[in-house]
Design a protein around this ligand. Structure first.
Ligand code: FCB
Length: 486
């Protein structure tokens, strides 16, 4: 990680490293993290409302009840995006706004007021010259579906597809890209195994059922989007890990294989190849027999994919654990007596890495971005890739109406250079979405971690454009990274 002494400057294609023409520069948020208006216009609770209102679950007792009040302030927010010259905005649709009465058996009536919010948002973005990219599920499952089993139940995947069809039908005339799911790894393992995300369950077998039903939701949802919006592009966003070890023993390499299986291949293989990795089924056999996979499911999951969204923040370094001494758990997902690493917890540990970390405690290594994109490209030649999230939390302060977040700018510069390295080595990466546009509700960390390039004062809802946003605007304007200053 390098830090920069530069002030934000406009990049120029003539002086810096140019991105390919037409590269899409965006920024991202998610509904529960920014919208607020939790009980407005017919919205019913999601699992994150329930979880955040459960004492002790979220740092500071924070909830998304108000968050950034983006539900009411989206016009002001779009105006800032426009001033920064951003080409695209990735946001998510809150399922509980669209079909608030959904149950395991039926989608229930469509809530026109909920749909209208997103329709107006899309219109305002297009009027500002900003392309909307819509995530259909960014973790806010209607609570009624969780009460009926949540992602452990097949009905959730079926209802998701029906909901996806409604949204794509309403917005598909104006939205070019629909992302079915965001990071099903988190929904499944953090939601159902380690319990550090909603719904906070700690049942390893349930997490595996959730993995499968999320994959199924993607497949059924992809087909549903195509029915409703035949010209739209269908994407899936995964938080893939760049997994490596510094160990040399066979057991260390086996630890890499196990983590790669649970985090990467258990999603990539069914979606892109129509099969589950045999080694993952074997590694988890003592936990579950995977009998929730029905005949024909893998064909349903294996739908054509127009774009794979890749989220990358931090490297994953693993080694074998022999059970002696305390287990190192620097995997960025919180030490918990309940592990997200179903079936492999007793064999692996995550050593702390030296060097720079963000305010999340996440290690920084931009090389992982290049390696990850190139690996996915090597294994899936011809598959279009978009970085749907990348960014960093730091402890920002507003001083005289400015935020001098030089560390964030340094992080972004290094990671954009890493994306460009992958592009130059042949990976067809066509866009980059910076996480996040606004400081927001960072799940279990509440408002204590700031990822935005725009600062939010939660008491007044005042927005302050950070220096990193101005630097990013320069990159966007020039479609290039600025040349390093001497
Ligand atoms: C990702 C999530 C996103 C945000 C970032 C920091 O895992 O998709 O909502 O929390 O991490």
């Amino acid at each position: 990680m390098t830090t920069t002494e530069e002030r934000p400057t406009a990049a120029g294609a003539s002086t810096g490293r140019a991105f390919p023409p037409g590269f899409v520069w965006g920024t991202a948020t998610a509904a529960y993290q920014v919208e607020g208006a939790a009980a407005e216009d017919g919205r019913t609770p999601s699992i994150w409302d329930t979880y955040s209102h459960t004492p002790g679950k979220v740092s500071g007792g924070d909830t998304g009840d108000v968050a950034d009040d983006h539900y009411h302030r989206f016009r002001e927010d779009i105006a800032i995006m426009k001033r920064l010259g951003l080409a695209s905005y990735r946001f998510s649709v809150a399922w509980p706004r669209i079909t608030p009465q959904v149950s395991a058996d039926s989608l229930g009536p469509v809530n026109e007021a909920g749909l209208r919010f997103y329709s107006v948002l899309v219109d305002e973005l297009l009027a500002a010259g900003i392309e909307p990219a819509v995530t259909l599920y960014h973790w806010d499952l209607p609570q009624a579906l969780e009460d009926a089993g949540g992602w452990t139940s097949r009905a959730t995947a079926e209802r998701f597809a029906e909901y996806a069809e409604v949204v794509a039908g309403a917005l598909g005339d104006r939205v070019r890209t629909f992302i079915t799911l965001n990071e099903p790894w988190c929904s499944a393992y953090l939601g159902y195994a380690s319990g550090v995300h909603a719904p906070g369950r700690t049942e390893p077998a349930a997490a595996l059922a959730a993995v499968h039903h999320l994959n199924l939701a993607h497949g059924l949802g992809a087909a549903a989007v195509r029915r409703a919006a035949p010209t739209a592009r269908v994407a899936l966003t995964l938080n893939l890990a760049w997994v490596r070890t510094e160990g040399t023993a066979d057991a260390d390499h086996d630890a890499v294989r196990r983590v790669d299986g649970l985090q990467n291949r258990v999603f990539l293989d069914p979606v892109l190849r129509g099969s589950y990795p045999a080694d993952v089924l074997a590694d988890t056999a003592a936990v579950s027999d995977w009998s929730f996979v029905h005949e024909g499911d893998l064909q349903l999951i294996h739908q054509p994919l127009d774009v794979l969204g890749v989220n990358y923040y931090s490297p994953t370094v693993v080694r074998a654990w022999d059970g002696s001494g305390p287990r190192a758990e620097a995997d960025g997902h919180g030490a918990s007596t309940h592990s997200p690493w179903v079936g492999s917890h007793h064999l692996i540990e995550f050593p702390e890495l030296p060097g720079h970390r963000t305010a999340m405690g996440w290690s920084v290594d931009a090389r992982g971005m290049t390696e990850l994109l190139l690996r996915v490209h090597r294994e899936n030649p011809g598959l279009e890739l978009v970085v749907t999230e990348n960014g960093a939390a730091y402890e920002d302060v507003v001083v005289a109406g400015q935020v001098h977040d030089l560390e964030r700018t340094g992080y972004l510069r290094d990671h954009l250079a890493a994306v460009l390295d992958a592009v130059e080595a042949g990976a067809p990466v066509t866009g980059y979405y910076l996480w996040s546009f606004l400081d927001n509700f960072e799940w279990g960390y509440g408002f204590s971690k700031r990822f935005g390039i725009v600062h939010v004062d939660y008491a007044t809802q005042q927005r302050t454009v950070k220096d990193s946003a101005l630097w990013y605007a320069g990159v966007v304007a020039g479609n290039a990274l600025p040349a390093p200053t001497a």
